[in-house]
Design a protein around this ligand. Structure first.
Ligand SMILES: Cc1cc2nc3c(=O)[nH]c(=O)nc-3n(C[C@H](O)[C@H](O)[C@H](O)COP(=O)(O)OP(=O)(O)OC[C@H]3O[C@@H](n4cnc5c(N)ncnc54)[C@H](O)[C@@H]3O)c2cc1C
Length: 421
């Protein structure tokens, strides 16, 4: 199909606006999943609701805007996706399904999956039938993704997997994991990895939920023992997992930076539909200090940061699509998004003042306090901001690469910490 055969962005936008108004529920506060103190039953009900809403989007013809038609998508452009995102503001979107299921997982499958894998999984993902998670980090470390120790050993048409993954957000309610594994210890680190699709709930995977200091139990650790994975679930070539991994990291950063065309709804981009109430203005009004000059300063700063962050994300995404910026520029949007998010959380805390000390989970003010306590996470999940800085200096600006000691030696000879071998 040529570009001239597809629906114009404005027609698509108007159709989406009408369809959403007639068919989609408006958002009412935070999802149960994101509400502190929600019970497991409430969280599971929220996941089911998200699956149902995704199905609704699919049946209405608004799911998978940039996914090819042969896999159930709409085969449209990032401009169509952006128009849909703008129209979606204020609706109860199935946000929990967007990252990492659609991106990076489905995006990686699109690039590297076999035809059978794509036919099997992508339509199911677009219908909300499959939720995917990323199995990357290990107890030995997460920044050095290529240092994975969890190992797959070939046995005929299967692989036998042993090891442990950790910090897998939401694995307990998910169906599949995209998993980076070591398949060769006799070559340098980056050359002995492969990527597999792993069904999460099956014998051979013992899943533990990790309780954090704020009571959240969204993170999981998986202990994998003699798990048998069919070779047909391998994504990409044997020992070429870093080729897949590089694109995986790109899609992840692109999503964290708000520039991915595979995400429905604003994630990180801080896009507000024109005329929509500004959340900081609403917060300032609620404090009763609306006229305070210092409050005005903070609200103005927050707006400027969000507007600049959003514009930068869109500029970077457009530049990468046009080939003007290298794909590693996704790290710029990822970094600025985390910096903006962290500063905004601090501004919200300043505006809320002592109200934010409320500790009851259902107190509307408590959100500012809890968000502040968790503010570092936006600079860690999806790769840390320190790693994004490295990426920008080395791979965008061409500065000298960080010194490594493990580049040209077999991985089995690389000295490892206590949790390595
Ligand atoms: C909200 C959230 C969601 C997450 N979801 C997932 C998930 O679904 N799946 C998954 O696999 N993981 C997930 N993670 C884990 C995350 O990817 C890791 O925490 C992250 O990559 C850092 O790894 P680490 O915690 O092992 O820290 P380390 O890698 O041990 O790093 C420790 C510190 O050292 C710094 N550092 C390390 N190496 C360098 C370097 N070369 N140069 C400069 N600084 C460096 C890091 O920036 C960090 O500050 C999630 C984390 C968070 C917070």
């Amino acid at each position: 199909m040529s570009d001239t055969d597809i629906e114009s962005v404005e027609d698509f936008r108007l159709r989406a606006r009408t369809w959403l108004a007639e068919n989609f529920p408006r958002a009412e506060g935070a999802d149960a999943f994101l509400r502190r103190g929600a019970s497991e039953e409430e969280e599971l009900a929220e996941i089911d609701r998200a699956r149902g809403l995704q199905r609704k989007l699919f049946d209405g013809g608004f799911a998978g805007v940039c996914f090819p038609r042969e896999y159930g998508g709409l085969g449209l452009t990032p401009d169509h996706q952006r128009a849909l995102n703008e129209e979606c503001v204020g609706y109860a979107l199935p946000r929990i399904l967007q990252v990492p299921t659609f991106v990076p997982c489905a995006a990686v499958l699109l690039e590297f999956g076999t035809e059978e894998q794509k036919q099997h999984h992508i339509p199911a993902i677009l219908k909300g039938e499959e939720i995917w998670m990323q199995f990357l980090s290990e107890p030995s470390g997460g920044s050095d993704v290529a240092g994975a120790l969890t190992t797959a050993v070939r046995d005929g048409d299967e692989w036998v997997v042993n090891g442990s993954k950790i910090w897998t957000t939401g694995a307990w309610f998910s169906d599949y994991g995209l998993c980076l594994l070591r398949t060769n210890w006799d070559v340098p680190k980056h050359r002995g990895l492969s990527v597999f699709i792993i069904k999460i709930h099956q014998p051979g995977i013992e899943l533990h939920r990790i309780e954090m200091i704020n009571g959240s139990r969204e993170f999981c650790q998986e202990f994998i023992t003699d798990l048998r994975v069919p070779d047909s679930d391998r994504v990409g070539d044997v020992d070429q997992g870093w080729t897949v991994g590089t694109r995986w990291m790109f899609h992840e950063k692109n999503a964290m930076g708000g520039g991915s065309p595979y995400v429905t709804g604003a994630l990180g981009g801080n896009r507000n539909r024109q005329g929509a109430a500004d959340p900081m203005v609403e917060l300032a009004q609620a404090t009763g200090h609306f006229d305070d000059p210092r409050v005005r300063d903070l609200v103005g700063e927050s707006y400027m940061l969000r507007a600049a962050g959003s514009a930068l994300s869109e500029r970077i995404a457009a530049g990468m699509r046009a080939g003007v910026f290298p794909d590693n520029s996704a790290a710029i949007a990822r970094l600025v998004n985390a910096v903006v998010q962290q500063r905004n959380v601090t501004i919200a805390l300043d505006l809320a003042g002592s109200n934010a000390a409320a500790t009851l989970a259902d107190d509307p003010w408590a959100e500012q306090g809890f968000n502040f306590l968790e503010r570092q996470t936006s600079g860690i999940g999806g790769g840390t901001t320190e790693m994004a800085r490295n990426n920008i200096s080395e791979r965008v600006l061409g500065m000298p690469r960080e010194m490594t000691h493990d580049k040209n030696i077999p991985f089995r000879d690389v000295p490892k910490g206590p949790s390595g071998n």
